[in-house]
Ligand binder design. Sequence first.
Ligand code: SGN
Ligand code: CA
Length: 676
Amino acid sequence: MRYFILFFILFSVVLLTAQDRPNIVFIMADDHAAKALSCYDGTLNQTPNLDRIAQNGLLFENAFCTNSICSPVRAVNITGKMSHKNGVLDNIFPFDGSQPTVPKYLQAAGYETAMIGKWHLKSDPTGFDFWKVLPGQGVYYNPGFIDNGTLVKEEGYVTTLITDHALDWLESLDGSKPFFLMLHHKAPHRNWMPEAKYLNLYDDVQIPEPSTLFDDYVGRTRAAKEQEMEIGRHMYISYDLKVWQMENQDEDWANSWMSNRFESMTEEQVRAFKAAYEIENQDFIAAELEGKELLRWKYQRYMKDYLRCIASVDEQVGRVLDYLEQHGLDKNTLVVYTSDQGFYLGEHGWFDKRFMYEESYRMPLLMQWPGVIPAHTRTDQLVMNLDYAPTFMEMAKLNVPDDMQGQSLLPILKTPKQADKIREVTYYHYFEYPGIHAVKRHYGIRTERYKLMHFYFDTDEWELYDLDEDPLELRNEYANSAYAEIRDSLHQLLLREQKRYDDVPGAYLQSLEPGSVNSLAQGHAYTLKYPVEKPSQDGLMTDGKYQQYNIYNAGIRSGYAAFREHPMELVLDLGEKTKISQVGIHSMQSPESWIHFPHHISVRVSKNGKRFKNLGSIQPARFENLQIGEAWSDMHLKPGKWRYIEITATPLSAIPDNLPGAGKGAWIFVDEVHVR
Ligand code: SGN
Ligand code: CA
């Protein structure tokens, strides 16, 4: 009998491993708006392979993100916790990889786990048997990949390479364990560089314009008016729109970006690229368009490149579906296709995302799992990316931890038509302000019919939309007395949701600030031998705060002081002779943007500001790590009393061969000097 029980347990475990726990292939694109999938819309493009997932399974009409920006969504996806709970409020905060995540739970439960493609959480991935990720945002052509810690540059197109690596990984598995694959594309993220074979797709096509392309933002709050994401005003002619002939090498990096990018492409790639745009660009330059006509031209160019990038995504997703079918894996595998959030395709005159308006708030979400999810189904349930984690947990027959805040979608997957509503209201909170694109902080809720939003921080304004009457969100009804009752009940719902998620909006204005750096340098005057390349504020180097946190306190975003191809030489005056024993600087690296940690840092000191004595030098230790990152370089010194401190941070003499801009001088970005 004892043997029988043992056999029974073993037998059940084997059964559980092999069949009951499905594989999960979680494919996510970056900035893919639902409108640019033909199963959602079809007026812009055709995506036959993505549509296959919808035909084989379920299309979510109302899937919404928690915070419409990259890193925060990714952190929510794997933790099942809102941004304020997992610590990634914006694209600047690094993810604390020591916290529990879905891949860790699944790995512990016997899944093979892998993360391939865009990761963008700053810290190294944890919980994966295999990971191969793009550094930061990654690039389209000949991207680098960080392969378990080492940067390897590869030749080819990013969407194809990511898929190749994913298929190689699948091929390497022996089938004894279920697998969890996160396959995350860079495309169609800015700056929309299409693959060679799709460069001429849509050449003879006129992409339909959205009716709000020329929106004037009348009737809406300052937030809509003061953003910086207009196609007309905020796109770069070379970097975004590929008119490299109009590059101005003397201005900032974006204006000479295409030329720099060409340097890291093969001759063949450059030839194909230039050939595709050359004539059209010349015609454009000759036409000297202005006003609406100029905006129309930019819209066409932007949209065509964006849709061309999606053509590659569609094709490569097709390869993954084919692979699963050919290997008999499709039956027991949940395939998810989604995007980290939506995107503006000219609606309101915009590109980018961040707002809680429908176009960037809604994510495409498709799932197939033959035998479980009925084919050809749609659901209008309100779901969030917060729900992925509990769904994956439940599928793997694991208990959903109490601190996960989403709802399992499993009941909807099994019976899309009959399942009870999993919620009445979705909740949203966006934090990255002040910041790129200048979208103000806001939070809000959406019901099936209404949306209430509050913009705060350097403003205090509300918007209310009736999505049935005004699906394009052009009429803010907040102050309209006809909506008074609805407004009041939405306020109640908002409070209820904030309580549910334990979100206290004002709280992050101060409490996440790590405190001023306890430094003798704080507030003291300094002089720089060379001018700083990027506009910055006075006091930036000794204001006691470093860049990533500044946006959470006084509302001032000071930045990094940037030095191109020459050292930073800074002389700090402590006002009087002061005992010091440690000096450091905070710097950043982003190799794909030619920004590297200083190669060499030295410290000299003086009592009178005239004669300086050398106290030591270091080579920052983190230099080998080629991921985007920030670090302090500290030097412990023999204690002594000094008034003046000279810190010299020297850049790399040349950018290494395997990186964009190879051979050129590098930048160093420094913020905050620290003296103890
Ligand atoms: C980059 C882009 C922005 C984009 C952010 C965030 N500028 O900064 O347009 O909003 O990424 O995108 S770029 O000049 O570098 O292309 S996200 O997907 O990472 O959230
Ligand atoms: Ca994104």
